[in-house]
Design a binder for this molecule. Structure first.
Ligand code: SF4
Length: 398
């Protein structure tokens, strides 16, 4: 398989003028992506996360507007789409039709019920309800804010359509529910007293014991893999912590992403990922977080697997900003030499973000082999004579 091209604009610049600025690089990577396969009249869905409540670390409207403008060069029928809640209060975070330059539409209708059933038959999940608006669109611009994620370590282009491309009941009950499909606790071996002890052993309160039904449940999405429950269980051996439960979520994400991508012609899928304000948790939390990785830049590709792989590798090279790791990450592994991706060091060793990418490649979504094509690099631009600009030396508009 040939390496997929991933265009990269670094946040680092070589000269402090507009032609080499980050905004210029965003324009350039979008240009390199070559959207000429979009036909006049195509309905173009820009799927992004518009954030929630007080969460402001999404793709800045400044760049969204530029990307929408670029797409309009090929088809005027562009719209932004996301889940209904995020759409209804998007204006609170600066996203409006006026600022973005196109309408903003709920991805699964005004009551989250405009969906198309997709049969997947994966573990305890028979069907997924895919967003009807994505099913109707001709072109997909998968515009992602890159960050960590509590369930699978990483949120990027795959998660943006795998969770964001489906109704809330599918997202929360089915995709998040698949982690429970592999047994991890033996009720026969565990007395009610021991189950209560295990519940209390979890420092994050992510083990819940239902005494009435004698049922112990681990909240896998929030489990930090600290193994304190296993330590409390060592004399009984009724509880397990296995890679499979965590990987099931990642595999179903890749399956869900494939369902969305399969509705688009290969020539009409574009992936743009912003590696800015990289937080440990995702945009659904509705709060601002300290950035855990330095800003890196922007990536664009026609290959979803390649763009994810490049984002993960760049973050791995960059490492964590240790002083920004919140205190509630009591078991974060702060050893930069540990053989774990920075997001695993934060969210848990079983939350290996590369696994999602591997599943996606196995399902034929793209190639892990990629070639970075950097645009307007600092080295390239630092000795270039900048084009003559306009200076505002007196009150004026330009
Ligand atoms: S591994 Fe740690 S965080 Fe996870 S359930 Fe056990 S005690 Fe809780």
């Amino acid at each position: 398989m040939t390496a997929a091209k991933v265009y990269f604009g670094s946040i680092q610049h070589g000269v402090a003028t507009r032609f080499a600025s980050f905004a210029a690089k965003v324009d350039k990577v979008v240009d390199q992506l070559d959207m000429s396969t979009i036909e006049k009249g195509d309905k173009v869905a820009v799927k992004m996360h518009l954030g929630f409540l007080d969460g402001y670390q999404t793709v800045p409207v400044f760049f969204v507007r530029r990307i929408v403008k670029a797409v309009k060069g090929f088809s005027k029928n562009v719209f932004i789409t996301d889940n209904p809640t995020a759409v209804y209060n998007a204006a609170d975070r600066g996203y409006t039709q006026e600022t973005c330059g196109c309408p903003i539409i709920p991805v699964a209708g005004i009551k989250d019920g405009y969906t198309v059933e997709r049969r997947v038959d994966y573990r305890n999940v028979e069907t997924l309800d895919m967003a009807g608006v994505l099913n109707d669109a001709d072109v997909l611009i998968d515009l992602s804010h890159i960050k960590g994620h509590n369930s699978c370590g990483f949120g990027g282009a795959i998660k943006n359509i795998a969770l964001g491309g489906f109704s809330a009941p599918t997202r929360w009950n089915k995709i998040h529910g698949v982690e429970q499909s592999i047994p991890y606790w033996d009720p026969e071996k565990c007395s009610p007293e021991h189950a209560k002890k295990l519940e209390l052993a979890c420092p994050y309160k992510h083990l819940k014991y239902d005494a009435e039904n004698h049922k112990l449940t681990r909240m896998f999405s929030m489990c930090r893999n600290c193994e304190e429950c296993l330590e409390a269980d060592k004399d009984v051996g009724c509880l397990e912590l296995k890679q499979g439960n965590f990987s099931a979520f990642q595999e179903l994400m890749a399956i869900a992403a494939k369902q969305v991508l399969d509705t688009f012609d290969e020539s009409k899928r574009f992936f743009i990922s912003f590696l800015l304000q990289i937080t440990a948790l995702c945009d659904c939390w509705g709060v601002g977080f300290p950035p855990l990785v330095n800003d890196i830049g922007v990536l664009a590709s026609r290959d979803i697997v390649a763009v994810e792989m490049a984002a993960l590798d760049l973050i791995k090279d960059e490492g964590l900003i240790e002083k920004n790791v919140p205190r509630y990450y009591r078991h974060a592994n702060l050893d930069p030499k540990a053989d774990l991706h920075p997001f695993q060091r934060l969210n848990g060793k079983y939350k290996n973000p590369y696994l999602t990418v591997e599943f996606a490649e196995r399902f034929g979504l793209g190639s892990k082999e990629y070639e970075i094509v950097e645009v307007l690099s600092p080295e390239e631009t630092m000795n270039v004579e900048p084009p003559k600009g306009v200076a505002e030396r007196e009150p004026s508009f330009f």
